[in-house]
Design a protein around this ligand. Structure first.
Ligand code: HEM
Length: 419
């Protein structure tokens, strides 16, 4: 909205040579108009960025004390916990930070799913998001191997072994990934190198993600385009304040877990040093992988299981073309809403299935939930796009806001006149 202006001579000096301040003003400042009806669900993008920074800063500090060697890795982490000043805090922040990062990003994604933020013209923005998710998963998987506990070792073994299901080249790929004939020192070393590198690749893709976002601006809870300046407010101070408040709430919850429940989300077996000769009774990944792990194990055939697991993410890449409904927001799509809730329940069920051995009722439940997951994206969404009758859309963002509610539903016909 407003152009960038300053009285500071220093800022003017820099700005003349490199217009970094007007760039910031247009990206996150008063010069970036955003829809005026963004709810707290729109806090999670900035929160994800905030968490990413926390992970990188704590990760670099941990790296200064960590030793990537099979004989020292476990002990070096124990030393960080016991002897390094505030090492326990750094590690607990990084360890739980990974979980919080996934919580934030999963909410961010479900927000996008509900409000149709993946639809035209934001398809590329969504696709870049799915790329980020894949990179996050690879980073988290490799990071979990570094403490070289029992779950680190056996988790790495199970997941890398999945590639052996690839016909003809399978064994070769696995040996190549391991850098030897089993998960060993070369594996740990390369995982460390990549675990350090990937967060910076994520930063680069996040920059592209934000770039794509700024092309058309944010979607909003009504899913209709802002009609003019009356439907927008400057990002700063309105959303910088709202985002800062969100970060405060996030930090309170985050701190509560770090200080009171730091090992709640982890597996106790990872406090046992890795032993290639003793397989744990149940090998389970971190909670954020459980739904995907359930899909992998729902199918008795190894190769098909691997294909289904990767397929569950691949389907997200083509989502913008599967859901052809012209209405974005779930608020105006009564049947979609029901299926959205069912999908959320389905993913939680998959999570529980992933945490349990694939036998008996768990196996059947996992198979039904896997079937439902794909049915939702491949059949339900395309059909809803054709057959669902959406509710009437408001003519502008200001209309329902002026009527005294975020949604048309339930708002009195003409509240201004009543007053
Ligand atoms: C490191 C991870 C990520 C960061 C830092 C990030 C950052 C952001 C930010 C700052 C925004 C604008 C604020 C907001 O709408 O909440 C945004 C919007 C968006 N992000 Fe992400 N994001 C990440 C991951 C993802 C993932 C995994 C997806 C989906 C697979 C995704 C999809 C979207 C979409 C569709 C929007 C537009 C939302 C709208 O305007 O309604 N993002 N992201």
């Amino acid at each position: 909205m407003s152009g960038f202006q300053t009285n500071s001579r220093v800022i003017k000096w820099i700005e003349y040579r490199m217009p970094v301040f007007s760039f910031l003003n247009h990206s996150i400042g008063a010069g970036y108009p955003a829809p005026k009806n963004l709810s707290y669900m729109w806090n999670f993008g900035s929160l994800a960025g905030f968490t990413l920074v926390i992970m990188i800063v704590t990760g670099i500090l941990l790296a200064m004390q960590y030793t990537a060697h099979v004989d020292y890795a476990f002990d070096s982490v124990e030393r960080i916990m016991r002897d390094v000043n505030f090492g326990w805090l750094l590690r607990y922040i990084h360890m739980n930070g990974a979980s919080f990062f996934f919580i934030v990003v999963y909410i961010h994604m479900f927000r996008g799913l509900y409000y149709g933020s993946y639809k035209a013209p934001r398809e590329l923005l969504w696709i870049l998001g799915v790329v980020i998710l894949l990179l996050m998963m690879m980073t988290a998987f490799m990071g979990y191997v570094l403490p070289w506990g029992q779950m680190s070792f056996w988790g790495a073994k199970v997941i890398t072994n999945l590639f052996s299901a690839v016909p003809i080249f399978g064994e070769g790929i696995v040996t190549w990934l391991w850098g030897g004939f089993t998960v060993d020192n070369p594996t740990l070393n390369r995982f460390y190198a990549l675990h350090y590198l990937m967060p910076f690749v994520i930063v680069a893709v996040v920059v592209l993600h934000i770039w794509a976002l700024h092309q058309f601006g944010s979607n909003n809870p009504l899913g209709i385009d802002p009609k003019g300046p009356q439907d927008k407010i400057p990002f700063h101070p309105y959303y910088t304040a709202k985002d800062s408040f969100g970060m405060g709430v996030f930090l309170i919850v985050f701190a509560a877990v770090i200080f009171y429940l730091p090992n709640y989300m982890g597996h106790p077996d990872n406090y046992i040093p890795a032993d290639p000769l003793a397989t744990p009774a149940h090998i389970v990944p971190e909670w954020y992988f459980l739904p995907f792990y359930a899909i992998l194990r729902a199918i008795p055939d190894k190769l098909l299981g691997v294909i289904a697991m990767f397929g569950s993410i691949a389907v997200l890449f083509v989502l913008p073309w599967l859901d052809r409904s012209p209405v974005k927001s779930g608020r105006f799509r009564p049947i979609f809403r029901i299926f959205f809730v069912l999908l959320a329940i389905d993913v939680v069920v998959l999570g529980f299935v992933g945490a349990n051995p694939p036998e008996g009722a768990w196996l059947i439940t996992g198979q039904i939930a896997t079937f439902w997951y794909f049915l939702h994206f491949l059949v339900v969404l395309p059909l809803l796009g054709v057959f669902e009758r959406p509710k009437p859309l408001p003519t502008s963002i200001s209309e329902p806001v002026l009527k005294g509610g975020g949604s048309l539903a339930g708002a009195p016909a003409k509240p201004m006149e009543k007053a």
